[in-house]
Design a protein around this ligand. Sequence first.
Ligand code: ADP
Ligand code: MG
Length: 204
Amino acid sequence: MTEVDEFDAAFFRHWLTRAAAVVDREAEHLTELDSAIGDADHGANLKRGFAAVKDVLEKDPPETPGAVLVAAGRQLISTVGGASSPLYGTLLRRTGKALGDGSSVTREELATALAAGVAAVAQLGGAQVGDKTMLDALTPAAEALGGSFAAARDAAERGALATVPLQARKGRASYLGERSIGHQDPGATSSALLIAALAEVAAA
Ligand code: ADP
Ligand code: MG
């Protein structure tokens, strides 16, 4: 499939609307993963957060890619629910800020901006790759996005699967110590879903 070179505000609104639908569909699975090593609310948290994002983007559609992501991030931060909401909110807000105020962006520009967003998540949560968090999917995805959307999707998926044998060192799952081993991290799993939605919208 040929990839268009520039991505505008409508593309980013479409991505987040698609993300909301995917999160809604997968909420039960995400909550199941969180019930093994957390408090069984990850699906509900994300479902509520992304439904609010979808609403805000429909009611008052921002006109640049950066503004779409900043508005979405702000909404996630202000929608109460779990450690993941402020982290995802920061991811989108910082990525949006890094995109600037142009009317469209290239995939390369998005890759650079996403890397800045991921760095902000690492700073906020104090986690790094290997700690069994969303960063295990997001970090390789941002790196691979320089190559293609499909490569980012695959890297996020691999990163999420690679959390299974890890012991959690951050977040609620870390309270379990060694008992966190053998379970896939819910946040890394939802991150892979968000990047898959991005790749899907880019391929459409
Ligand atoms: P809570 O843990 O507050 O119930 P959620 O269940 O919504 O929040 O989200 C849990 C996910 O958040 C984890 O699976 C992990 O991926 C991510 N997470 C938790 N703490 C951190 C952190 N400090 N840095 C990055 N990601 C984190
Ligand atoms: Mg939870």
